[in-house]
Design a binder for this molecule. Structure first.
Ligand code: FES
Length: 90
């Protein structure tokens, strides 16, 4: 839905443009587009990890946002034009 009450913005997740509702977190955007299924990051042993707590505690949701590594997806709001990279693209 795109209207005045639910304005949409566009972010780029792993190279793909995705429209999301303004005010959602990066973690929510990843879930909406299915990118969270591929993992947000890889552990030191190579296991894919994904958002777990949703409140800034576990740090499993770390992604790269606009070139800045280790950003907590669950604590970061999407911004129009934002470039998000998950473990899939690293
Ligand atoms: S999901 Fe746990 S810190 Fe983001």
């Amino acid at each position: 839905m795109s209207d005045a009450q639910h304005p949409r913005i566009r972010v780029v997740i792993d190279g793909e443009s995705v429209d999301v509702e303004q005010g959602v977190t990066v973690a929510a955007a990843l879930a909406v587009c299915g990118a969270s299924m591929n993992g947000t990051r890889a552990s030191v042993t190579g296991e894919l990890r994904a958002a777990l707590c949703g409140m800034g505690i576990c740090h499993e949701c770390r992604v790269t946002v606009d070139g800045r590594a280790h950003v907590l997806a669950c604590q970061t709001l999407c911004r129009d034009g934002q470039i998000i990279q998950t473990a899939r693209r690293r």
